[in-house]
Design a protein around this ligand. Structure first.
Ligand code: SF4
Ligand code: SF4
Length: 460
């Protein structure tokens, strides 16, 4: 039994076989703007691990040293609260954005759409030609010409996949690491494995899987229908204006009986997921705007008003009022504002220097030959400021104890964590010492007191 039109995937045939799409490339005001945004994002993605901001790569996840560099902000492993705020911002930002703007992310910023529509399809068209030529080429027997074109296309896609994967690896290995891994893959086995896997996945996506990623795999596509409602922005067909559809009467004027849709099907031909937007909002629509530009070009030719397919809400297309302020939007806005305030407060109150005192493992205290007790501790100084610092450490309590350190000075370079062993020693044998306090200062604004417990047999 045939499925109801709108319940069937446009890329899967009656017998479950993949229907290969040959979308027509259209150029209009939305596609032009989207291409500009896409190239801005691609450039940002490619340069972020290679350029320096405040002395470090703009973006670098330095796991071995537990640092995360983000456009001038350096996060340490102890800054997990920032990640919590960032995760909250991401979650509520996506909720709010989707409730208000629908799937704008999919069409304008999703890496899948960005690369597929702005890089891969133009390359394909350059090598294999327009959709009709591509279709003919695919159906044709293998000839040297076809092998050459397919080989050229595969090489180009492989080059793009390789470049993107190299960049992604650079986010984790850093500039030097990724260059080293390129020349000596065994030097960074995990990075090399990631590079090979990512290149393979991207190549598979670019050459074959394509729109199936959005239609079948993408989780965001699945839950966006829960986040959206009739007031969310979407790309929709103005049914009231377009129907009943039919060919334009001579002279391009709309007849009395027909709507503005001339049933040219250009909106379907340009759709990268193969759907007909005139059937209403569909899960497969990635909001790529191609159908808007396609339809606008037809309306221009016919001298009719643009916008038969346009950004609008479902309610607006039904002739009802679109409500921007509604309970879900208010809730998501409040939640997003709260996490953003939390994030900026945490950044503002962030201490440029963090001090911690740890016991040395193994022998936290020893008895000296003259009977005095000595504690071995480790002073951990995290210098989160942008400058190298030299700290002074002195024992401020108790008066009957003394401090020894093998280091003449406590120098910590910027964005580094350094640990210094310190000895706290009783001045007299037989004295009872219960605690001690250190004062750490950078000679400028920073000064902090840190207390510790003095361990001895009667205090173990
Ligand atoms: S492009 Fe516009 S006029 Fe042509 S079929 Fe689609 S909606 Fe109708
Ligand atoms: S329906 Fe229009 S906006 Fe949606 S994916 Fe197809 S062409 Fe893009």
């Amino acid at each position: 039994m045939a499925l109801v039109d709108n319940d069937a995937l446009s890329t899967i045939g009656e017998k479950g076989k993949r229907i290969w799409l040959y979308p027509l490339r259209v150029v209009g005001r939305f596609v032009r703007a989207r291409t500009l945004v896409a190239w801005g994002l691609i450039i940002a993605l490619f340069i972020a691990p290679w350029i320096d901001v405040a002395g470090h790569p703009a973006m670098f996840f330095d796991f071995p040293h537990r640092r995360f560099y983000f456009w001038g902000l350096t996060l340490f492993a102890t800054d997990a609260n920032y990640l919590l705020f960032l995760a909250g911002t991401l979650v509520f930002g996506v909720f709010l954005f989707t409730a208000v703007f629908g799937r704008v992310w999919c069409g304008w910023a999703c890496p899948q759409t960005v690369f597929l529509e702005s890089v891969i399809r133009p390359i394909e068209e350059l090598i294999e030609g327009k959709p009709s030529q591509r279709k003919k080429l695919d159906a044709a027997p293998w000839t040297p010409g076809k092998v050459l074109k397919k080989g050229l296309k595969l090489s180009a896609f492989l080059a793009v996949s390789g470049m993107v994967s190299t960049t992604l690896v650079a986010y984790f290995l850093g500039r030097d690491g990724v260059i080293e891994a390129q020349f000596d893959p065994a030097s960074h086995p995990i990075g090399t494995a990631f590079f090979v896997a990512m290149t393979g996945i991207m190549l598979f996506d670019f050459t074959w899987f394509r729109e199936q990623t959005c239609v079948v795999v993408c989780p965001y596509g699945r839950f966006q229908s829960v986040l959206m409602d009739g007031d969310s922005l979407a790309i929709g067909y103005d049914y009231a204006r377009g129907e009943p559809r039919g060919k334009a009467a001579k002279g391009g004027e709309s007849t009395e009986k027909l709507g503005d849709c001339v049933d040219c099907k250009k909106c379907v031909q340009v759709c990268p997921t193969g759907i007909d937007i005139r059937k209403g909002n569909q899960l497969e629509c990635v909001n790529c705007t191609a159908c808007i530009d396609a339809c606008d070009s037809i309306m221009d030719k016919l001298g009719r008003e643009r916008g038969l397919i346009r950004y609008s809400s479902e309610n607006s297309l039904k002739g009802e009022k679109t409500r921007i302020i509604r309970p879900r939007v208010v809730f998501y806005s409040v939640a997003l504002t709260a996490v953003l305030i939390g994030f900026f407060t945490a950044v503002t109150l962030r201490q440029p220097v963090e001090i911690a005192l740890n016991r040395l493992v193994g022998a936290p205290f020893v008895q000296l030959p003259d009977g005095r007790y000595q504690n071995q501790v480790e002073l951990r100084i995290a210098n989160k400021s942008g400058a190298d610092k030299t700290f002074s450490v002195k024992l401020v309590a108790p008066a009957d104890a003394e401090l020894f350190s093998p280091f003449p000075e406590f120098k910590v370079t910027h964005n580094q964590v350094t640990k210094f062993p310190i000895l706290i020693r009783q001045k007299h044998p037989g004295q009872r010492t219960s605690g001690f306090a250190l004062q750490v200062s950078d000679g400028e604004k920073f000064q902090e007191r840190i207390d510790g417990v003095f361990l001895a047999p009667d205090r173990e």
